[in-house]
Design a binder for this molecule. Structure first.
Ligand code: HEM
Length: 455
């Protein structure tokens, strides 16, 4: 019989949970350096095996819903958000698949990009002409507004958005690595109350959508109007849970990586100049950021991808082993969890040159470092559960980056922002940026007189 993988030493009962909770990147990296690309540790009493590298990633993603299962490891999330779609078992996931994917039809993207541009522009317009902002917090609020508007419509976001996000905040705070989700503890009781209050708020809105489907066009309407694979519509509770799950999947992740994109561009003036020249040439001020404009902003796109590599906000993913597996010469027993960690495997020197350097040009066609193996970049997951909102998120991060650099002059005041963990995803800690509205935004050809003054 094959041996079990080598294991990190831990404490009785808690295993390695304290080190993991304190700084999971440091903990996982140390294990990788000491024990190699496949090793075990314990989160309390649960054995977990970390898998590092494309071959192992392939196993992780392609065996999901076959010999690996998502439901058990994401039990905490399901208790918080609802047992739906990717948080439920594979049968429910398959049945709800048409509903979950209805809003992601490529034809709908133009309308979401319009929402993104409108909300980002509103946010810029509401800023005083100069000042200091915490870019991490600001991206959180901005992305919430975009998500709320795209998912449930402008009117919902204006009338109920504030209250909805307050309840959502309580849900987020209930997530824990150690507290069992179903025990009647104060945080779990608060979570259940917040869910009930959200339900009260959403049910009349869902009923109105059922009566007047022609009047709306957003994620919520797609959930209401689409049928499950078995032909039945989703009930009110399933729709409420889908909305909560998408808010979770879309919001902190995008906010974190948007903030890192701004920060990294401010830290790298040479690359920033390429981005600004590209915006100046391709994004006339006040014009819609349409598909053509987005395609022309390739340096912005590569920066967004480089941030996915260096600062993946969904940095660890989990599966449960349903049938004993053999990997790398080791035996992984049924009931153990497998983990992949983008923060570790995105920095392997055998896959990426100078892996700790911010170097977006590694994604340019002449280098295409991400294309040399499959499953190297896993910031959006992989296989059949790969992020449904990846294009939505990438477009949103591009719109935010392009409009901010187009209209604001920014300087990074917090020189070395550190990583912090929010309600599930990671993001930069509070990071001060001084900004001033540009007298002449990028994307405007200067008048002859201005050109003369600028020399
Ligand atoms: C930078 C932003 C984002 C990141 C880093 C991210 C990351 C991920 C990852 C890693 C997964 C796979 C989870 C796993 O395999 O365990 C995932 C799944 C998913 N994401 Fe995202 N996501 C982002 C934005 C979004 C947005 C904006 C939406 C929706 C508007 C979204 C909707 C989803 C959905 C529905 C799934 C489940 C897909 C399925 O199971 O079929 N995500 N995301």
């Amino acid at each position: 019989m094959k041996p079990l993988p080598p294991a990190m030493r831990g404490l009785p009962l808690v295993g390695n949970v304290l080190d993991f909770a304190r700084d999971r990147n440091q903990f996982l990296r140390k294990g990788y350096e000491q024990l190699g690309p496949i090793y075990a540790f314990k989160l309390a009493t649960q054995p977990v095996v970390l898998l590092v590298g494309p071959e192992y990633h392939k196993f992780f993603f392609t065996e999901t819903d076959k010999t690996l299962d998502m439901e058990k490891p994401y039990d905490q999330l399901a208790a918080t958000l609802g047992k739906v779609a990717f948080l439920a078992g594979k049968e429910i996931y398959q049945n709800q698949h048409p509903i979950l994917y209805a809003p992601f039809h490529p034809k709908k993207m133009a309308q979401y990009v319009e929402v993104m541009q409108r909300e980002v522009q509103r946010w810029i317009d509401a800023l005083p002409d100069e000042g200091v902002i915490d870019i991490s917090a600001e991206m959180g609020t901005l992305v919430q507004t975009v998500a709320g508007t795209a998912l449930m419509g402008d009117e919902f976001q204006r009338r109920h958005g504030k209250e909805f996000w307050q309840y959502y905040d309580i849900l987020g705070k209930s997530l824990s690595l150690v507290v069992p989700p179903h025990w009647p503890l104060p945080r779990n009781i608060r979570r259940e109350r917040a869910k009930a209050a959200m339900r009260q708020m959403l049910i009349p809105i869902i009923q109105e959508r059922r009566q007047h489907p022609e009047a709306y066009d957003d994620f919520l309407q797609d959930f209401v109007s689409t049928q499950c694979r078995d032909g039945a519509p989703a009930d009110d509770e399933t729709i409420s849970a889908l909305l909560r799950a998408l808010m979770f999947a879309s919001h902190e992740t995008t906010a974190g990586q948007s903030a890192w994109t701004i920060i990294e561009l401010l830290r790298h003036p040479d690359y920033r100049r390429l981005v600004e020249a590209e915006i100046d040439a391709n994004l006339p001020i006040g014009q819609p950021v349409d598909g053509r404009a987005l395609r022309a902003l390739e340096h912005v796109y590569w920066a967004v991808r480089e941030v996915e590599r260096l600062h993946p906000s969904a940095d660890t993913l989990l599966r449960a082993v349903e049938e004993e597996a053999e990997l790398g010469g080791y035996r992984i027993p049924e009931g153990w969890f497998l983990m992949v960690a983008a923060n570790i495997s995105h920095r392997l020197p055998e896959l990426f040159t100078s892996p700790n350097r911010f170097d977006p040009l590694r994604f340019a066609p002449d280098r295409a470092e991400d294309k040399q193996h499959g499953y190297t970049l896993i910031g959006f997951g992989g296989g059949k559960h790969k992020c449904a909102g990846m294009n939505f998120a990438n477009n949103e991060m591009m719109v935010i980056t392009a409009l901010l650099f187009q209209q604001l002059d920014m300087v990074l005041l917090t020189k070395e922002p550190q990583l912090t963990y929010g309600k599930g995803a990671s993001r930069p800690e509070a990071t001060a940026v001084r900004y001033r509205r540009r007298a002449t935004p990028l994307g405007i050809a200067p008048t002859p007189a201005e050109a003369f003054v600028q020399g």
